[in-house]
Design a protein around this ligand. Structure first.
Ligand code: FES
Length: 96
């Protein structure tokens, strides 16, 4: 039996519906930089800001490219807000 027939997509970034196959195809297409991959597939750009997908995507990318995870994440920076913030708080600003 062919294992590929019943294979379900493996979601890596659930905020942006990025699958394992999307990452594999992007690497096969020649993307060899994790930041480029992130921007191309929008990994970590969802409401959770990558809290549940960045490390997973980095490990997969490292395995596919033969790089170390710390090397893959060398240029990755966590930018505020690090937790989801309702837009009304941003619009209202801070009262002093
Ligand atoms: S799961 Fe990837 S940004 Fe939320």
């Amino acid at each position: 039996m062919d294992k590929e027939v019943n294979r379900k997509p493996v979601i890596i970034c659930r905020c942006n519906d990025v699958t394992l196959d999307d990452i594999v195809e992007a690497v096969k297409a020649g993307i060899d930089d994790f930041e480029v991959l992130r921007r191309y597939l929008r990994i970590g750009f969802g409401p959770c800001q990558g809290r549940s997908c960045i490390l997973l995507a980095a490990r997969i990318f490292a395995r596919l490219t033969g790089k170390r995870v710390d090397e893959v994440l060398a240029n990755y920076r966590v930018r505020p807000p690090i937790v989801p913030v309702p837009a009304r708080h941003v619009v209202a600003g801070v009262e002093e």
